[in-house]
Design a binder for this molecule. Structure first.
Ligand SMILES: NC(=O)c1ccc[n+]([C@@H]2O[C@H](COP(=O)([O-])OP(=O)(O)OC[C@H]3O[C@@H](n4cnc5c(N)ncnc54)[C@H](OP(=O)(O)O)[C@@H]3O)[C@@H](O)[C@H]2O)c1
Length: 274
């Protein structure tokens, strides 16, 4: 209900914008008539208008003119040209949400009118299926109410946590880059299934569903993962034999190192953009 009556405009109508538009069209209190999107590609705006019934434009300024919430959903590389050009068109009082990786709220604020209210986010690719893990953080002038509005926008495509902005590189290392790790893990588990005699198709289905089910169990019960692991690990059984092999192979340390390496890389890329 936080979004009831608010007009939402997207600047840049690519994959992430479409995921959010799809989620918002289904969200309570928001309808296609409240959503507009601008992109430099007319084929893209036409497609989105037809598919979702939203208003579209190839003119960024015209798109945001009546908006209560402006979502910056272009690639990080073009933020430096797109946002200053948008500045005179963003209505006074509009909340500006950014999904651009590595662009700080300070950088965005400096390209907008003084005291603009900005919230930055880091969603992940599972937004496409409504299951993103998204972190949001406030800029200097965003209020608690703004953060709640931003939360409602991103809850249309999944689960939302609030972090301090300095932690967004860590979020990028964990959940931003995480889908790539998980796809690799699913593929490897399926390889294991094939090695012990299952078809590739069946092995992939079993691996993916096992991951999905385990994640659901953890989130729904709120139990510690170690406790859930213990519950399925019987003395002298199969799970402990598999777990012993995973520990011997250093899976736990490897995953910790992966998150740390990706966080470091996110930091380096962010520094390079400053
Ligand atoms: N996709 C993800 O999983 C993901 C996850 C986290 C964060 N993000 C963030 O989401 C943002 C968008 O990513 P994406 O994957 O949706 O990219 P995308 O599919 O390339 O979408 C960006 C869209 O903006 C258009 N565009 C470029 N310059 C423009 C301009 N001056 N005015 C209006 N539109 C313009 C692009 O057109 P052209 O194709 O012609 O350039 C494209 O249609 C990025 O900042 C990214 O960091 C994405």
């Amino acid at each position: 209900m936080k979004l009831q009556g608010r007009r939402i405009a997207f600047v840049g109508a690519g994959n992430m914008a479409e995921a959010l538009i799809k989620g918002l069209c289904r969200a309570e209190g928001v309808g296609a008539s409240a959503i507009s999107a601008a992109d430099r590609r007319p084929d893209r705006t036409k497609f989105l208008a037809q598919k979702y019934g939203i208003t579209t434009s190839t003119d960024n300024g015209a798109c945001v003119r009546d908006a209560d919430i402006v979502v910056l959903s272009v690639k990080p590389q073009v933020m430096g040209s797109v946002v200053p050009a948008l500045r005179p068109h963003v209505p006074k009082g509009a909340l500006v949400l950014s999904v651009a990786a590595g662009i700080t709220t300070a950088a965005i604020e400096s390209m907008l009118e003084p005291e603009s209210r900005v919230v930055r986010s880091m969603p992940n690719t599972a937004a496409m299926v409504g299951l993103s893990a998204t972190a949001i953080s406030s800029g200097t002038h965003a209020t608690d109410e703004d953060l709640e509005v931003a939360r409602a926008v991103f809850e249309a495509v999944g689960r939302v946590v609030v972090v301090d902005e300095y932690q967004l590189d860590a979020v990028t290392g964990l959940s931003g880059s995480g889908p790539a790790y998980i796809f690799l893990i699913i593929e490897a588990l399926a390889d294991g299934g094939v090695k012990v005699g299952l078809s590739r198709e069946i092995a992939l289905q079993l691996a993916a569903q096992t991951l999905l089910g385990s994640a659901h169990m953890l989130l729904e019960t709120g139990e510690h993962p170690g406790r859930l692991k213990d519950q399925v690990t019987s003395p002298g059984g199969t799970a402990i034999a598999g777990l012993h092999t995973l520990e011997a192979g250093g899976l736990r340390t490897t995953l910790i190192d992966a998150v740390e390496a990706a966080t470091k890389r996110a930091r380096e890329l962010g520094d390079a953009r400053k």
